[in-house]
Design a protein around this ligand. Structure first.
Ligand code: PXG
Length: 286
């Protein structure tokens, strides 16, 4: 466990880092968060994650009490204080405590929390053999209700889909949008490869615009691949040559079946493995 946690402007021992039961982050899921990787003591794409945090906050009309630059410094300070070399940062901003009731004007003092810890990964055999996926019956939030581009503390939509996945013996689940198109997984973006062309749902599908997704798109284009952001349906995944997921926790991971249907030859494909190698070279200097 982390030994010190940044909360409300200070680093405090982890067991003393507490929030009020009247915090609207707890009472209503009213707040935003980020999950960021640390590789070799460096916080990976910290500026991009902090920018996305401030954008999420702006979308829910939450004013973060410190500047973007102060946030960057506080994250680095917390990582150093915990001696994290390879690990994970959880950044949380809650609405702060207030009276019962939804009115944000009755809250005060948004709370900034930074936890720097180690990370639990999917088991190594899933990386070697590839992941099996099922499609969840729970559809991704309609962008007109709670836009998936906002990384809010309200993650029940994803949790309900994840339960369907784990009930089916999978570690992730595919989520469709309100139009029945492929959106994303519960905590990962999805890509397919067909006839050498790499395709991924566009942000219009109602997804979180993953930072790993954008990094992998750049890496793929640098390697000379064509990448299309487009509409995908389940059938495109069933008939793909390769499929993989991207995310801060998972990095790049092959998908070998969806709903019991084998994708390609049922093993992690060559382009997926090449992109994973490029991602590892970028993050670990391999
Ligand atoms: N879609 C959703 C819904 C996510 O929550 C991604 C895609 C991938 O985005 P990034 O930017 O990570 O490539 C996510 C990321 C956590 C945690 O603590 C959640 C995520 C990432 C890291 C930690 O639950 N979700």
């Amino acid at each position: 466990m982390a030994n010190s946690v940044y909360i409300d402007g200070k680093l405090v021992p982890a067991d003393q880092a507490t929030v009020s039961v009247f915090d609207h982050g707890l009472l209503y899921g009213d707040g935003v968060f980020e999950g960021i990787r640390v590789y070799g003591g460096n916080v990976f794409l910290l500026a991009e994650h902090v920018d996305r945090l401030y954008e999420s906050a702006r979308s829910i009309r939450l004013e973060i009490p410190i500047s973007n630059q102060q946030m960057v410094s506080a994250v680095n300070e917390t990582v150093q204080a915990n001696g994290i070399d390879d690990g994970y940062v959880r950044l949380v901003v809650t609405r702060g405590s207030g009276t019962l009731g939804l009115d944000i004007r009755k809250t005060s003092n948004p709370i900034v929390i930074i936890i720097a810890d180690t990370i639990t990964l999917y088991p190594p055999e899933i990386y070697e053999r590839g992941m099996e996926l099922v499609t969840a019956g729970t559809i991704r939030n309609h962008p007109g209700a709670l836009n998936p581009r906002i990384k809010s503390l309200n993650y029940l939509n994803n949790i309900l889909a994840k339960i369907e996945g784990t009930d089916a013996g999978c570690v992730e689940a595919l989520m469709l949008n309100h139009n029945g198109e492929v959106a994303e997984c519960t905590g990962d973006n999805v890509f397919i490869i067909k006839d050498g062309l790499i395709r991924t749902p566009s942000t219009e599908a109602g997804i979180l615009e993953g930072i790993t997704r954008n990094t992998v798109i750049d890496l793929a284009r640098e390697a000379g691949h064509e990448v299309q952001e487009t509409t995908l349906v389940q059938e495109d995944i069933y008939t793909a040559d390769e499929c993989f997921l991207t995310g801060t926790a998972a990095e790049v991971i092959a998908v070998v079946s969806l709903d019991g249907r084998t994708i390609g030859d049922g093993t992690p494909g060559p382009i997926t493995r090449d992109l994973l190698a490029r991602f590892e070279a970028l993050t670990r200097g391999k």
